[in-house]
Design a protein around this ligand. Structure first.
Ligand code: SF4
Ligand code: F3S
Length: 106
């Protein structure tokens, strides 16, 4: 499956959801996840993310490995999102900032 990683937090551009053929994105307050059991590995979403937050599971960077389990966990409780929304207000400021996991809202 593909995985949404840390740089999505506090950005949530949502360009990714528009291209997913199986609607497997789930939405939280300031982060999105991919449902690992629904993702068909089409790779369409990866280049759509302006924050470059989406990786194939086998290409998730070493320091982002915890996001694999986090996507699975949150996908079970968050609702589906299939249409793009405006990014979060300060998205441009937060894009690329390190250590954003502490700001994850559930
Ligand atoms: Fe959806 Fe394809 Fe991205 Fe998986 S890889 S989340 S199926 S767009
Ligand atoms: Fe997040 Fe990128 Fe989608 S910032 S909402 S994974 S387009």
């Amino acid at each position: 499956a593909f995985v949404v990683t840390e740089n999505c937090i506090r950005c949530k551009y949502t360009d990714c959801v528009e291209v997913c053929p199986v609607d497997c994105f789930r939405e939280g307050p300031n982060f999105l996840v991919i449902h690992p059991d629904e993702c068909i590995d089409c790779a369409l979403c990866e280049p759509e993310c302006p924050a470059k937050a989406i990786f194939s599971e086998d290409e998730v960077p070493e320091d982002q490995q915890s996001f694999i389990a986090l996507n699975g966990e949150l996908a079970e409780i968050w609702p589906s999102i299939t249409e793009r929304r405006d990014p979060l207000a300060d998205a441009a400021q937060w894009d690329g900032k390190p250590d954003k996991l502490q700001y994850l809202e559930r």
